[in-house]
Design a protein around this ligand. Structure first.
Ligand SMILES: [Fe+2]
Ligand SMILES: [Fe+2]
Length: 214
């Protein structure tokens, strides 16, 4: 972008309609490239085994493949693909990282599943690491408890299999592009506390202190 296309203000309080027209114009292509940035970030999980039998990208691909084979819809499959996207930067809260990126583009239920999968997945291993495998029970009365438990049981906890016929990321790329094509909700809505049915955040924060994993 050339200098003439940039806003002139140095403090937002000096901003003008013209400034914001320029910024909005620059933002459009940036937003349209979000799927590319997400896919690039997902590729960072390749080669990172973290002690598991498959690397984190393979785990993500297997999770998505199992969901697809189970006839889950495209949005759900993409959530499966991206559920551990936060592993690179969110070492202590990876589920929240992925959930935040997906939140404008997916249903409140799918967002909740991704946001809480770390705690629910803990059912399979927290007790081996000095934690409580039943910590997810604090959400037992939540309407999406079973949905999140199913995600972990059917697609996530079983996707560490080197012998699984794992599709390439290219197989899922068109799905990612379609899901990220248009946000369902805008920033003012997603940052509201109840807009995405995400009310049990306090419990999520606490449980995120237990060891992080896929
Ligand atoms: Fe995870
Ligand atoms: Fe996972």
């Amino acid at each position: 972008m050339t200098g003439t296309q940039r806003a002139t203000f140095h403090s937002m309080i000096e901003g003008t309609q013209e400034d914001w027209a320029r910024i909005a114009q620059a933002q459009m292509p940036h937003n349209q490239q979000l799927a590319d940035r997400v896919l690039d970030h997902l590729r960072l999980l390749a080669g990172d085994y973290g002690g598991f039998a498959v690397d984190r990208l393979t785990h993500s691909l297997q999770t998505a493949a199992r969901a697809e084979q189970d006839d889950r819809d495209e949005e759900y499959v993409v959530c499966g693909l991206l559920h551990d996207l936060g592993d690179t930067l969110g070492s202590y809260n990876h589920a929240e990282v992925a959930a935040s990126i997906l939140r404008p583009f997916v249903s409140p239920e799918n967002h909740w599943i991704v946001a809480h999968h770390g705690i629910f997945q803990g059912y399979y291993f927290f007790h081996y690491l000095g934690g409580d495998r039943h910590v997810r029970d604090r959400f037992r009365d939540h309407p999406w408890f079973e949905a999140c438990a199913r995600f972990c049981a059917d697609y996530d906890q079983n996707s560490f299999d080197p012998d699984f016929e794992t599709p390439d990321l290219a197989h899922f790329e068109p799905m990612v592009r379609r899901v990220f094509a248009e946000p369902r909700t805008l920033i003012a809505e997603t940052q509201g506390t109840a807009a995405a049915g995400n009310e049990p955040e306090a419990g999520a924060q606490k449980a995120a202190e237990v060891p992080a994993t896929p």
